[in-house]
Write a protein that binds this ligand. Structure first.
Ligand code: GLN
Length: 303
């Protein structure tokens, strides 16, 4: 398979979406990105790495960080996590408050903001530094020691994070936060504000294509845990567009409002595409189009 050639085609398809969608501006610092940037990387389980466009340009990973908080919380703490967060698709926007009241402060899944706040809380309890644990994991797997956090984005989100604060306080009112609300939110904003490139994220997600094994051969997750994380990505990773993502792309995927989407081809490879303009559900228009092209042209999907 000539992956490089397929990425070049996928980039052309992505560039044809120029002008569609809007850059996230509810976090003001995020609105400063070049709206028409596009990059895509592919990393294979047997060591091939290729990319196209701005694939080495760091961007704000935002909710892609929720994938890594989840796997680290499972790796450190096992199934105890599932007492405080569910595993069902929400069918609602990522920052919705609506289900949390009827479901008594137990968020639907780990990838909506409410669920990620609970996971961050548990990871903080397990490691003492949730955001640091995510950053160090990403640095290690991508072999990129310069991968860091954008303090301006973290501060901007904290200053405008009224919905996330509301979610966190509501969860705390139900006794479902172990730590102090502001400390947990601080870690949540810090891991969302990590900057990484398509290259870095494709490499960092490879353990999910390798059934739980890390770059150095050690095991992060058991095989069945890796399968389960992939399943949650498929059903919940792109919020209320998870059905559309499965329909068009057919892979487990996790998006972020920075415009990145990380997708897994289990047993084979990871793909990461980035374009800052988002659709109404908060998923990158260009990255969706590029991943759609990749799986359609190659026939490689989980279906
Ligand atoms: N940090 C963002 C927020 O909490 C993450 C949302 C996202 O990427 N979907 O709103």
């Amino acid at each position: 398979m000539n992956y490089q050639q397929i990425l070049v085609e996928a980039a052309e398809v992505a560039r044809a979406t120029a002008g569609q969608g809007r850059v996230a501006d509810y976090i003001p610092a995020l609105a400063q990105v070049p709206a028409e940037a596009f990059g895509m990387a592919l990393a294979t389980a047997d060591g091939e790495l290729c990319g196209v466009g701005d694939w080495e340009q760091p961007f704000s990973i935002q909710s892609i960080s929720k994938l890594f908080t989840l796997v680290l919380a499972i790796a450190h703490g096992g199934d105890a996590l599932w007492k405080g967060v569910g595993r069902e698709p929400s069918g609602n926007p990522f920052n919705s408050l609506i289900q949390l009241e009827t479901e008594h402060g137990i968020p639907r899944n780990p990838f909506i903001n409410a669920g990620a706040i609970v996971v961050t809380d548990r990871l903080l309890r397990l490691t003492g530094d949730a955001a640091g644990a995510v950053r160090d994991f990403l640095r290690g797997e991508s072999e990129n020691p310069s991968l860091g956090t954008d303090p301006e984005v973290a501060a901007s989100e904290a200053a405008h994070g009224h919905r996330n604060a509301a979610l966190a306080h509501f969860i705390a009112s139900h006794g479902n936060l172990l730590g102090d609300v502001d400390t947990v939110l601080g870690h949540y904003y810090q891991h969302c504000a990590i900057t990484a490139s398509c290259r870095d994220l494709a490499l960092a997600g490879l353990f999910l294509a390798r059934q739980g094994s890390r770059a150095d051969g050690s095991r992060l997750l058991h095989r069945s845990q890796a399968k389960r994380v992939n399943a949650i990505m498929l059903t919940c990773g792109t919020y209320d567009a998870a059905g559309e993502f499965a329909y068009r792309v057919g892979l487990p995927g996790k998006s972020g409002v920075g415009g990145g989407i990380l997708a897994v081809l289990p047993g084979r490879a990871t793909l990461c595409a980035w374009g800052p303009r988002l659709d109404a559900a908060g998923n990158s228009v260009a990255a969706m189009a590029a991943l759609d092209h990749f799986t359609t042209a190659t026939g490689l999907s989980i279906f």
